[in-house]
Design a protein around this ligand. Structure first.
Ligand SMILES: C[S@@+](CC[C@H](N)C(=O)[O-])C[C@H]1O[C@@H](n2cnc3c(N)ncnc32)[C@H](O)[C@@H]1O
Length: 265
């Protein structure tokens, strides 16, 4: 495991900061109230909703969210569809924060989290109906192992949905939201990503270039300024607007793109 990736996602005192910013419990929080804070990817809650629709989530499916962050996507799926969702993430502090927020949304019966590496998933073969991977692959150098491991834990005929930043015409301006330097960033082009997934034995159902939608999102963010608190600055620190701004700029300059795709095992 790359130490730069681990360091990047190890904010000290995260759960304490969340407690302070969210204040005392006055009733369950909703995915919409937490969306600017806990959806750690381009286009936030709207992107998770679209991916869920594309992959076809229903209440009876068991879902694994690989690189689940502080758990926003997992909680949204459970709240919207009533399905069971398991999240795994490399970052112990993110897993602790994800569990805390899930208690605050009152969803601990449907949604659970554990610390694990995406390259060594702690589940038996054929455990899940659906696996999601949102803005995680860019931190993982060994894509062959990543996609094979995801396929291993899927049931036969299970579906895999990926939503990630890809290389387009150049390197990003660092720091970006997933890496403060190039040491923790392992981007591939859209074609190389799709080929690596197919080499792992998946069949493509849908693939779409979401670069224009991402550019619109960042243009809007630039015009309106950071979303009101609580937002991702609580998680990643006060320089988060700079990290997000660099991703927006790298997209606008045609250096990077955004790929959404759904596969069948
Ligand atoms: C940009 S965040 C996205 C979080 C979440 N998927 C979301 O969209 O809200 C990337 C996440 O991937 C996790 N991650 C990176 N490399 C990982 C690995 N090898 N195994 C598990 N998680 C990993 C990080 O700890 C971080 O939580």
């Amino acid at each position: 495991m790359n130490d730069a990736v681990r360091e990047h996602y190890s904010p000290a005192g995260l759960t304490e900061r969340l407690k302070a910013v969210l204040g005392p419990e006055t009733g369950p929080l909703t995915p919409q109230q937490l969306g600017a804070l806990d959806q750690f990817h381009t286009r936030g809650l709207a992107a998770t909703a679209e991916l869920a629709r594309l992959v076809g989530i229903t209440a009876d499916l068991s879902v694994l969210d690989v690189g689940s962050g502080i758990g926003g996507p997992a909680r949204f799926l459970a709240a919207t569809y009533g399905c069971h969702v398991t999240g795994i993430d490399l970052s112990e502090s993110f897993v602790e924060a994800a569990r805390y927020l899930t208690a605050r949304t009152g969803q601990s019966d449907l949604v659970s989290f554990q610390a694990a590496d995406a390259l060594q998933l702690p589940f038996g073969d054929g455990t899940f109906d659906v696996v999601l991977l949102q803005h995680v692959a860019m931190n993982i150098a060994n894509r062959e192992s990543l996609y094979r491991e995801i396929r291993r834990v899927l049931k036969s005929g299970g579906r895999f949905a990926t939503f990630d930043v890809v290389l387009n015409g150049g390197e990003p301006h660092y720091p970006v939201p997933w890496a403060r330097t190039a040491r923790g960033s392992f981007l591939l082009t859209a074609n190389a990503t799709l080929e690596a997934i197919e080499r792992a034995g998946f069949r493509k159902r849908v693939s779409q270039d979401d670069t224009e939608a991402a550019k619109e999102f960042f243009a809007h963010l630039r015009a309106s300024g950071p979303p009101p608190m609580p937002n991702l600055g609580v998680v990643m620190g006060p320089d988060f607007p700079q990290l997000a701004g660099n991703l927006g700029r790298s997209l606008m300059e045609g250096r990077l793109g955004v790929l959404t795709a759904v596969f069948q095992s």
